[in-house]
Design a protein around this ligand. Sequence first.
Ligand code: ACO
Length: 270
Amino acid sequence: MNFQFSLDSIFPEDLMIIGRDLTPKVVDGSLNSSTPSEYYYKHFCRLDPSSKMALGEVLDRMGAASARAQGLSQVITTMEKLRTSENHIVYIITRKHPDRSVDGADICVGFLKVGRKRLFILDSSGGQNEVMPVSVLDFYVHESLQRHGYGRQLFDAMLQTERVEPVHLAIDRPSDKLTSFLAKHCGLRQPCPQTNNFVVYPGFFSDREEDELFYPNKRRSPMKNGYEVTSMVGINGSPSFSRHSHGSSASPCRPASREVRNLHDHHQLW
Ligand code: ACO
């Protein structure tokens, strides 16, 4: 997608990340910082007001194109939504014209938006798990550049930066193209749709640190008088979980719709 202005001053690197502070930052796996957030905040370039407006145009137009490509009536990604969402991050790829003085010749190739979402996900024993996994929220590569490996580049950068395995992601209403992408590049098959339009894959609950997945700011305490007690921890406290298990009498991975029931009938989940 072309713009009337040069993208170089907003996106000095071809692959960058932007969070709610609207400050593009470098994605560089070699930095090897101790935490993703430390790494994220160390490397950035502040934008002047006109560059920030230009950034808004890039995000808004790319978000609108993504919604059109997915046949959505509502746009999921805009600058305003990014600014007001607590933990959403956009990974974005641009390509600059070799002659940096030519306005309108740079292109924005695509973007991937992820964030932690509070979700209820069923496990194989029918337990409702209140979780907050890294979630794929919006993903778009311009039509003229699809199937050239740009989606993979965005996705790999996200996995590395967020330090997450593909199988541990939740995906918001995956399109057929994304379903095919996940099968091809990540070996993810037999999606398990949830009642909230999100999809997870077998293995979602496996091989995790207990604290890694679940709802941040709540820490599970021992059962007290038969009730689970949760308490708040600091905003940067390690995530923990709040699991509402139905116990052994619950039906396996309780289906919420015919489609889900069929899936559950045919596949061993998780
Ligand atoms: N039809 C079927 N599968 C496709 C298509 C297509 N037109 N385009 C890409 N794929 C899948 C295939 O598995 C393909 O492998 P193949 O060519 O061997 O069949 C693989 O993706 C190619 O990988 P990349 O080149 O790395 O992916 P790409 O750059 O095309 O990006 C993306 C993938 C983002 C899904 C892109 O196709 C796109 O923007 N599609 C339209 C918007 C969309 O559907 N976004 C996902 C919405 S759901 C969500 O965001 C949570």
